[in-house]
Design a binder for this molecule. Structure first.
Ligand SMILES: Cc1cc2nc3c(=O)[nH]c(=O)nc-3n(C[C@H](O)[C@H](O)[C@H](O)COP(=O)(O)OP(=O)(O)OC[C@H]3O[C@@H](n4cnc5c(N)ncnc54)[C@H](O)[C@@H]3O)c2cc1C
Length: 425
């Protein structure tokens, strides 16, 4: 251990303030312990920022993220509806770099927990004292016949990671004839953003209503019922989008014929589309599998909810969509942001030889755009339950909009601006 690092640990262990640290024992030049964060999305960027801020800039933090800019999935359905452009979803990582975080445009290839290193693409190894994985989701194409190749995936899009696919799906919708059918296939839960597909159906319907009024939105849900804000979405489909949106439950997708844009199901008859949008089943991002931290159903990473440290591999923390969620905890950007803060605090405590906060509370709000302006939300509060060692939903904490309305539209945009500032500046 380097002299400076030993001094840092001793100092914060003794409760010396980080302001004092930067004045004496340790220079503020990031000579403290090393944290490598994999993934600069909602979970990873938040963790990086709060580690930096709460350590007063003394930790040596590297954020590994292949994309040059952050692109938000929340609000990306508005690009499909046509009321927003990609530039609205896009933010720079410059704010994190200004804090002294090393933002590395690279992809983590592997993790060696014995040596404590993260391998990046040029075979260089980044040493860590703690590593935080927030790689989001990867798609499971194995169960969908005909969708295994890059060519097929370039025609039948998911657009479930905001970026080039969002733009490509918008182009497909623009190119579709009036009178065509847009088919949206939803996987069985759990998947990223429970209300997201239903919001997408509304956004596409909003576009069709104005630009191609003879067209249809057909939602083929692999679940038994609408997974979030059911009454509010049903109201929109039966009122605003009557005759445009049709919802069908229990449509478990088994295959696609890409040439004819035909979707095939476990029990129901085949359905032919003009635009076929398949959201495949999901699992933790591939680096989590490589790191050996996937422990639930060969899909998700179980964590200690006080620190988000893997239950299997010490010093590897996992946040965001990749984790095995607590009951009723959504896979959302808001939740990933909250995971990031609990994790940053727990890592700093660990470096100081302290236990993590024994009673964390996190909360979530998910806004969904019904039109370009009218919005609904669902909210929840989740408190750590020390007996069950998981987060439990606080009874009575849930909130739900009475009906789609424009006042909440304003709040939804504020929510986004606030969370982007919270994680990136
Ligand atoms: C259409 C849609 C609408 C949504 N709407 C909302 C909403 O309104 N509110 C809400 O709260 N949530 C919403 N969500 C969900 C939200 O986007 C996710 O829950 C959130 O992005 C999860 O954060 P994360 O950090 O786990 O993953 P991400 O934000 O996806 O970040 C993962 C990052 O890791 C990077 N990465 C992956 N592997 C590696 C590697 N090996 N090396 C380096 N980097 C890597 C990726 O490039 C990516 O940038 C929506 C999602 C979708 C698809």
């Amino acid at each position: 251990m380097s002299m400076q690092r030993r001094d840092f640990l001793k100092a914060i262990g003794a409760g010396v303030s980080t302001a004092a640290l930067s004045a004496c024992a340790v220079s503020p030049s990031r000579s403290g312990p090393k944290v490598v964060i994999v993934g600069g999305g909602y979970g990873g960027a938040t963790t990086a920022k709060y580690l930096s801020m709460w350590s007063n800039g003394t930790l040596d933090i590297t954020l590994v993220e292949p994309n040059a800019e952050f692109v938000s999935c929340p609000l990306s359905n508005l690009v499909l509806g046509g009321s927003k452009q990609m530039s609205f979803l896009t933010s720079s990582y410059a704010g994190l770099a200004k804090r002294g975080i090393k933002v590395l445009a690279d992809t983590a290839q592997g993790i060696d927990p014995v040596r404590g290193t993260v391998r990046i693409s040029n075979q260089q190894d980044l040493p860590y004292d703690r590593v935080v994985l927030s790689p989001g989701i990867d798609f499971m194409y194995d169960g969908i016949q005909g969708l295994g190749t890059a060519d097929a995936q370039g025609k039948v899009l998911h657009a479930w990671k905001a970026g080039p696919q969002t733009v490509a799906l918008r182009r497909q919708l623009e190119a579709m004839r009036d009178g065509g059918v847009y088919v949206l296939s939803i996987p069985k839960s759990p998947y990223r953003c429970p209300p997201g597909p239903y919001e997408r159906a509304c956004q596409v319907a909003w576009y069709f209503k104005r630009a191609k009024p003879r067209s249809k939105v057909l939602i083929l849900d692999g679940n038994e019922d609408v997974q979030s804000k059911k009454g509010l979405f049903m109201k929109a489909w039966n009122e605003d989008y009557k005759g445009i949106v049709e919802y069908r439950p229990n449509y478990v997708l088994t295959g696609v014929d890409v040439a004819t844009l035909t979707a095939k199901f476990e029990t129901a008859d085949d359905v032919k589309a003009d635009v076929l949008n398949v959201i495949p089943p999901q699992r933790a991002g591939a680096i989590a599998a490589q790191a050996g931290v996937i422990t639930a159903n060969n899909r998700w990473c179980e964590v200690n909810f006080l620190s988000f440290e893997s239950i299997k591999v010490p010093k590897i923390h996992v946040v965001g969509d990749s984790i095995q969620i607590a009951p009723a905890m959504p896979k959302s950007g808001h939740m990933a942001n909250q995971h990031g803060k609990v994790t940053a605090a727990a890592i700093l405590n660990a470096f100081a030889g302290l236990e993590p906060n024994p009673a964390p509370v996190v909360n979530n709000t998910c806004y969904s755009f019904i039109t370009d302006a009218d919005v609904v939300h669902v909210a929840s509060v989740h408190q750590y339950d020390k007996d069950k060692k998981t987060f439990a939903t606080v009874p009575g904490s849930g909130g739900l909009s009475p009906a789609p309305n424009a006042i909440e539209g304003g709040y939804a945009f504020s929510w986004a601006q606030n969370i982007w500032a919270d994680m990136l500046t």
